[in-house]
Design a protein around this ligand. Structure first.
Ligand code: C5P
Length: 232
């Protein structure tokens, strides 16, 4: 399993993103493109960053009927991204259809990762709004198991859950974990945070790091520090 640091490029537009990546010179960090950038800059931003040699996690969190998700995944697979995702709440049938759509004629495909319950969903809101009355961590582990049974490569989860996900779904099931902060850094709006070094100990496979790198005075130094702590 390739441990890596994924930089969340949460920028509003193409130029800002390319200016940021230009700071890295010859280095080619793994980057995450989310809804904001994709919806403003379109598939061209993916092609452009890919052509520069970066690996890409396209974080669009698909959730629709299986046939629609299958066709959308086929389009994303054609963009040659390395990792993409969907909501496990779309059911196993949707996840299986997504995998089919994502698989290229030569059998290769990007890593497909499931979002379980969003970290913005509390126990209280899950019960009141979604009528799910089980403990949140049980729901997260159940969704992770469903994703594994559907053949997905892994889940997005808190670094604090990565060890348990590996216990339940196997060591090879990938954990992609946001909510990472340096020990001496700003927490911002994240609640349950972990340092890169601790995420490594717990067993995260990929950490997703945004503002500790993008808002740093020296983003390249911050990325290198992350890599040193997490990959060693
Ligand atoms: O800036 P920061 O390091 O908090 O960025 C974390 C990134 O991971 C953001 O793109 C955020 O949307 C994403 N994310 C998260 N928590 C989740 C899922 C995704 O922070 N549960």
């Amino acid at each position: 399993m390739g441990k890596d640091v994924i930089i969340a490029c949460d920028f509003a537009g193409k130029q800002e993103t390319l200016d940021f990546l230009a700071k890295f010179g010859e280095e080619r960090p793994f980057v995450k493109i989310g809804m904001e950038l994709y919806y403003s800059a379109g598939p061209d931003i993916v092609r452009e960053i890919k052509a520069r040699g970066h690996k890409i996690f396209l974080d669009l969190k698909l959730h629709d009927i299986p046939n629609t998700v299958k066709k959308a995944m086929a389009v994303l697979s054609g963009l040659d991204v390395d990792m993409t995702n969907l909501h496990a709440a779309g059911t196993k049938a949707m996840m299986e259809a997504a995998l089919e759509g994502l698989t290229r004629p030569d059998g290769s495909r990007p890593l497909l990762i499931a979002v379980t319950q969003l970290t913005s969903t509390s126990q209280e809101r899950m019960e009141a709004d979604l009528l799910i009355e089980k403990p949140l961590d049980e729901v997260v582990m159940h969704y992770a198991k469903c994703a594994a049974e559907a053949g997905l490569a892994g889940v997005v989860c808190s670094p604090l859950e990565a060890g348990k996900v590996h216990e339940v779904c196997g060591a090879d099931f990938v954990t992609v974990t946001p909510g990472v902060r340096f020990a001496d850094g700003d927490v911002g709006d994240q609640v349950r945070v972990t340092t890169p070094a601790r995420a490594k100990e717990i067993g995260s496979d990929y950490i997703v790091v945004g503002r500790p790198i993008t808002a740093a005075a020296d983003p390249v130094a911050a990325w290198k520090r992350c890599c040193a702590e997490f990959i060693g």
